[in-house]
Design a protein around this ligand. Structure first.
Ligand SMILES: [Zn+2]
Ligand SMILES: [Zn+2]
Length: 194
């Protein structure tokens, strides 16, 4: 296999890493407007980004090369995905499902050194509409690509190659689950209808 390497870093630059072997076939570039992706920012004290650029790929491509001891994880609720961040400067970095075998990871593209190197976003989720609802663009393709990647990595056992889970499939760090108050405070920072 061959492909590019994309570098990422937290805001202060202490935690660094790379996404290896990322040919355009190996990832899906999306934009997500959902309150969960945005409240991962507001929970950490950052401004509401209104939409979050996410590179979806498989966890075996993620290598943390420096400052890995700053990696921490929270969940917005007891049913929420794992939201991984750099605690040195409270920068949201990744989200993963709860199960290691899902192999899926979303990398926040605002942390890439060269976000312009990506192919344009293929799908857009939870776009607010004028009537207060949301709509999606190209989400079917996004899901198909995610499921195809998952099937391949489970077939050949590569799902174990991940910085986010241990060999038993448990999260590498114990996730902090936000209290209802913390969750409400994070949502307060998310602008409605934006
Ligand atoms: Zn940092
Ligand atoms: Zn989202």
């Amino acid at each position: 296999m061959s492909g590019e390497t994309l570098a990422f870093a937290c805001r202060c630059g202490s935690l660094r890493g790379e996404i290896t072997d990322v040919s355009p076939a190996a990832y899906t570039n999306i934009l997500c407007h959902c309150a969960d992706c945005r409240s991962a920012y507001t929970h950490l004290g950052l401004a509401d980004p209104e939409k979050v650029g996410i590179l979806q790929t498989t966890q075996d491509r993620i290598k943390i090369t420096e400052g890995g001891e700053a990696l921490q994880v929270f969940r917005l609720s007891g049913r929420g995905a794992l939201r991984w961040y750099a605690s040195c400067c409270d920068t949201p970095l990744f989200y993963t499902p709860l199960k290691a075998r899902a192999v899926h990871v979303g990398v926040n593209t605002d942390r890439l050194d060269t976000p312009d190197a990506l192919t344009p976003p293929m799908s857009e989720a939870y776009i607010p509409t004028a009537d207060g609802k949301t709509r999606h663009k190209g989400v079917g393709r996004m899901v198909t690509r995610m499921v195809t990647r998952m099937a391949a990595k489970n077939l050949n056992g590569e799902w174990r190659d991940t910085p986010f889970f241990d060999d038993s499939g448990a999260p590498a760090l114990p996730p902090q689950v936000l209290t209802r108050e913390e969750r409400a405070a994070a949502l307060m920072g998310v602008r409605k209808g934006a």
